[in-house]
Design a protein around this ligand. Structure first.
Ligand SMILES: [Zn+2]
Ligand SMILES: [Zn+2]
Length: 351
């Protein structure tokens, strides 16, 4: 089969590699669509040595396709089924306390297979996945929408960890796919008002059409002042930090949140950040950490997400702006890495 091989940084080559073979309990998936995730871009923007992946690496954890072949013992899938695939690096060990309780996002051996990190390879013609990770697409959800279920599942997990009440005003900091998905999720869950902040006006105008009640362009106005104006000086009941990086998002969120409100942190920051502790103390604000997704009341959040797409409570097709065939994956990564120029929100590769 053809697959994208990542040699580090912008060096991505399409090469012929052996077809993967489905083992017991696994299905072979013909990949039809795979999303480029913000996390995929870390290794694209700078050459980082990744002890888990090695070089050249295969990659692509947001994927959907058609079941092409079944390994021994697969019971609930048929060749030809359209499936969204829960990525392999998120699978828990199945045995520890967290896995048994359905919190496999907290499993210490998450994604490990025989001492190595297993991961999905969506940027290829074929990949294998355990049967339990292949979710049949509900009526009305196409393969492209299903390939970004991973993004929306993080937003469903946010609802799980920081559920809104009908009277709540929610501020989402960050206009990337995760921020947009969170805005849609909090609207779907019945929050009174959802305000999203970002720094690209054209993008914000677009997002306001389907995902948020209000948008704040923080390249023009101060976020804290703008939120206070929109909330009669009270602040937001819930603030979701979906920016990450070196932006001091947690401290900013703690200045935007109302007294006794909750800050939910999804953004990934690699370096420590200072927090104004007196401000946080006087507000008695809670901080909740929202990592990935797993199960909610025993149901996979990945499945809940697909069902919410089927109901029309999520709008994944609005988020998908660009498509590239596998041969042009380099152009796809370039578009995803420079969103200000390309206008991209979510870029898909169609192997
Ligand atoms: Zn992702
Ligand atoms: Zn476990």
């Amino acid at each position: 089969m053809k697959a994208a091989l990542f040699y580090g940084g912008k060096d991505i080559r399409i090469e012929e590699v052996p077809d993967p073979v489905p083992g017991p309990g696994q299905a072979l998936i013909q990949i039809k669509s795979a999303g480029i995730c913000g996390s995929d871009l870390h290794g694209y923007r700078e050459v980082i040595e990744d002890p888990w992946f090695g070089r050249p690496a295969m990659d692509g954890h947001e994927l959907a396709g058609i079941v092409a072949e079944l390994g021994p013992g697969v019971k609930n899938l048929r060749v030809g089924d359209e499936v969204g695939v829960e990525p392999r690096h998120l699978i828990g060990c199945g045995e520890c306390r967290y896995c048994r309780e359905g919190h496999y996002e907290a499993c210490r051996n998450r994604g490990m297979v025989d001492g190595k990190l297993g991961h999905s390879n969506g940027f290829a013609e074929l990949d294998v996945a355990p049967e339990a990770n292949c979710h049949l697409l509900p009526e009305g959800v196409g393969i492209e929408a299903a390939s970004i279920t991973d993004v929306y599942a993080c937003a469903v997990h946010a609802l799980h960890i920081v559920p809104p009440k009908p009277r709540h005003t929610v501020v989402i900091m960050g206009s990337g796919p995760i921020g947009i998905a969170c805005a849609e999720a909090y609207r779907a869950a019945g929050a009174k008002k959802v305000i999203l902040s970002g720094r690209r006006k054209a993008l914000l105008d677009r997002i306001k059409k389907w995902a948020a009640d209000e948008v704040i362009d923080v390249s023009q106005v101060d976020l804290v002042d703008a939120v206070m104006d929109l909330t009669n000086g009270e602040g937001a009941d819930i603030v979701i930090e979906a920016v990450g990086g070196d932006y001091p998002g947690v401290d900013t969120a703690l200045h935007v949140v109302a007294p006794s409100g909750t800050v939910g942190v999804l953004g990934i920051s690699l370096r420590p950040q200072p927090i104004d502790l007196m401000n946080a103390l006087f507000r008695q604000a809670k901080i909740m950490w929202i990592n990935s997704y797993a199960r909610w009341d025993g149901v996979p959040e990945f499945q809940i997400t697909l069902d919410m797409m089927a109901d029309g409570r999520f709008h994944p097709l609005e988020m998908i702006t660009h498509h590239f065939p596998l041969d042009k994956i380099g152009e796809g990564f370039a578009a995803a890495a420079n969103k200000a120029e390309s206008g991209a929100i979510k870029v898909l590769i169609n192997p």
